[in-house]
Design a protein around this ligand. Structure first.
Ligand SMILES: NC(=O)C1=CN([C@@H]2O[C@H](COP(=O)(O)OP(=O)(O)OC[C@H]3O[C@@H](n4cnc5c(N)ncnc54)[C@H](OP(=O)(O)O)[C@@H]3O)[C@@H](O)[C@H]2O)C=CC1
Ligand SMILES: CC(C)(CO)C(=O)C(=O)O
Length: 321
């Protein structure tokens, strides 16, 4: 199958690299130094599960003129969603699926607006991967899972074909018949993990061990659960307890991509995570004081070093959707 990767960073580079190494036809959409490095030396993935080097990759910053893809793996930061969706339009054939493995719950609404609902397949990923240097993706730990599925729950040929390609490539994969719920399940955990690790600038171990920060983490996740339920997503009322039990099983050194971003002075996705929870809570009259604290305090850093002190008073970090 012909696969396109929109955004060759931690997520896109890792999974696209595995798929290309397994012999699949993969087009990598990238820009700047990442694109230059891919063209000059190919793509390297450094991983505890085995390194790969694909010396020659198909890489572009302009997909127009390339053949349509069967499946687009969408992996840009949330602020780039709408512009990156515009960029993939030329890759769409009548049955092309676009699955976003971004965090956040607004992503697929943006993709539907730009691309049409018929192209959008739901997705979520569990991995820790980052650009170590241009052309090189570093994967940490053993987790590398893709979950995806049609929003109507059907096992469509395009979803099954991508599942088979992932299995071939050694990717841990699950086709979900209730993908909306799967996306919210991850959102509950991710909003809790990203907000607390970034605010405390600490991995999860000390946060879950301290009774005050543990209670705060539970409160953050519970607010996401109550917002989801108010919107009609079928999570159990006590789902935050389930996620706390999960938190207790992860390595004490685990942290979030947003924690890495704040340490590097990068822009933060907080506006699309806790900030989005606050906005949805306001719409549904669900109190969200813990997420408000995260979003308001991290708004200081939301624009990254380049924008510190500017333009962040609205808590969104530049979120416009
Ligand atoms: N990294 C991780 O471990 C995980 C990340 N996620 C989520 O996945 C999403 C992607 O994260 P991650 O992979 O870390 O992000 P990265 O920043 O590592 O990768 C995104 C890449 O896409 C590029 N890009 C953005 N817009 C364009 C464009 N228009 N044309 C070409 N290239 C473009 C970026 O370029 P540039 O640098 O120039 O902006 C960057 O190289 C986020 O929503 C994140 O929360 C989810 C699970 C785990
Ligand atoms: C929690 C984790 C590492 C799981 O994939 C993640 O999604 C992130 O930090 O962005």
């Amino acid at each position: 199958m012909r696969i396109a990767v929109m955004g060759t960073g931690g997520v896109g580079g890792y999974f696209g690299g595995r798929l290309a190494a397994a012999g699949h036809d993969v087009l990598f959409v990238a820009r700047g130094r990442q694109l230059d490095a891919l063209r000059a030396g190919g793509l390297r993935v450094l991983s505890p599960l085995g390194d790969v080097h694909i010396p020659e990759v198909q890489a572009t910053d302009d997909p127009s003129g390339h053949a349509p893809a069967d499946f687009v793996l969408f992996g840009v930061k949330l602020w780039d969603t709408a512009s990156a969706a515009e960029l993939v339009k030329p890759l769409l054939g009548p049955d092309t699926a676009v699955a976003s493995f971004q965090n956040g719950v607004v992503k697929d609404d943006i993709l539907r607006d730009v691309l049409g609902a018929e192209h959008v397949v739901g997705g979520v990923t569990y991995i820790a991967a980052t650009i170590a240097e241009p052309g090189v993706i570093r994967h940490s730990g053993a987790m590398q899972k893709l979950v995806f599925g049609e929003y109507d729950g059907t096992s469509s040929p395009r979803v099954l074909a991508f599942r088979d390609a992932c299995v071939d490539a050694g990717i841990d994969v699950e086709v979900s018949e209730r993908i909306e719920r799967a996306v919210w399940e991850k959102f509950v955990f991710l909003v809790g993990l990203s907000g607390t690790t970034t605010l405390a600038r600490s991995p999860i171990g000390p946060i879950r061990a301290n009774p005050r920060s543990r209670a705060f983490l539970h409160g953050v996740m519970d607010e996401v659960v109550q917002v989801a339920r108010a919107q009609g997503v079928g999570l159990p009322a006590d789902y935050a307890d389930d996620r706390m039990a999960f938190v207790d099983t992860v390595p004490e050194g685990m942290t979030s991509s947003m924690h890495h971003d704040i340490e590097r002075g990068n822009r933060l996705e907080v506006g699309w995570l806790s900030g989005d929870v606050v906005d949805r809570g306001a719409k549904h009259s669900v109190p969200t004081p813990n997420n408000r604290a995260i979003a308001d305090m991290l708004s200081v850093h939301a624009g990254g070093h380049a924008a510190q002190g500017e333009n962040n008073a609205d808590r969104t970090g530049g979120r416009t959707a």
